[in-house]
Ligand binder design. Structure first.
Ligand SMILES: Nc1ncnc2c1ncn2[C@@H]1O[C@H](COP(=O)(O)OP(=O)(O)O)[C@@H](O)[C@H]1O
Ligand SMILES: [Mg+2]
Length: 250
């Protein structure tokens, strides 16, 4: 197991309980999708893994180490091995593509050398190689705000890979993209993580996409896991159960 989450709960300061005793595991190299209605707790679950949101209780074991018990320095080190991809890309728009990819190395640097943009030749070469892998080497010196949404997300993938991650967390990576760009982005994500043996946990809105790309699917509803199985076991009854509580509210 690369990741084992055990009995984590999270109540936000406004009293909203977003997660209720959530447990699951992810094997090394697995591609796992998390589906569920809006507000189900998918983003909270993902953020609890890298401790961007700190759970109220439970364990988050990454390579056997409970990140909940990490001090700041240990957490910083472990976070380097966990890449993140966001719905809105989180790129620095006034910087070039290659500079954004290099930002994937920031976790490894002192804040001074990072803020001065000091990177080694090897790091620069690696950034180019990764841009090439996502088909964007021609755009290395293009400002990120000139790229399309799909291209921006491919920069996001290259930046995450620049961390040399063991795990990549993706929070709705294609929610802002048209179907064609969505396919391109998902294809790159799947291909590269498979080739590089990187584990991937992806929050998705679209059930179809989850079925097409995943080794396993986790269904979340109202802060609880109600499905955790192979895509072929996700039938319409299960889908209804995952999305039901929301439909009743609408
Ligand atoms: N920072 C926050 N403060 C208070 N409530 C939050 C916060 N973030 C999320 N929530 C609430 O927690 C629940 C789960 O949210 P979230 O994890 O974003 O779900 P999802 O990603 O599945 O849409 C929702 O009811 C949401 O409104
Ligand atoms: Mg979300």
């Amino acid at each position: 197991m690369l990741l084992t989450v055990k009995d984590i709960s999270k109540t936000y300061s406004n009293g909203k309980q977003a997660l209720k005793d959530v447990s699951f595991s992810v094997h090394k190299g697995e591609f796992v999708s998390v589906i569920g209605p809006s507000g189900a707790g998918k983003s909270t679950m993902l953020r609890c893994i890298n401790q961007l949101v700190v759970p109220d209780k439970g364990e988050v074991r990454f390579n056997g180490i409970d990140l909940m018990k990490n001090n700041k320095k240990q957490l910083r080190k472990n976070r380097c091995k966990i890449g993140m991809i966001f719905q809105h890309y989180n790129l620095v728009s006034r910087l070039t593509t290659i500079e954004n990819v290099l930002h994937g190395r920031l976790g490894y640097k002192s804040s001074l050398s990072g803020s001065l943009g000091q990177y080694t030749e090897d790091e620069k070469k690696q950034a180019f190689r990764l841009l090439k892998r996502v088909g964007l080497d021609k755009f290395a010196y293009t400002r990120c705000d000139e790229l399309s949404g799909g291209q921006k997300q491919r920069v996001g993938i290259a930046r995450a890979l620049m961390q040399e991650p063991e795990l990549i967390l993706c929070d709705e990576p294609i929610a802002s993209l048209d179907p064609k760009s969505s396919k391109v982005v998902m294809d790159y994500l799947k291909k590269i993580t498979t080739e590089m043996n990187i584990t991937c946990l992806v929050n998705l809105h679209q059930v179809e996409v989850a079925i097409n790309y995943s080794d396993r699917i986790i269904g979340v509803t109202d802060g609880r896991i109600v499905f955790d199985n192979l895509p072929e076991h996700l039938d319409s009854e299960q889908i209804n159960e995952i999305y039901l509580s929301k439909e009743l509210l609408v």
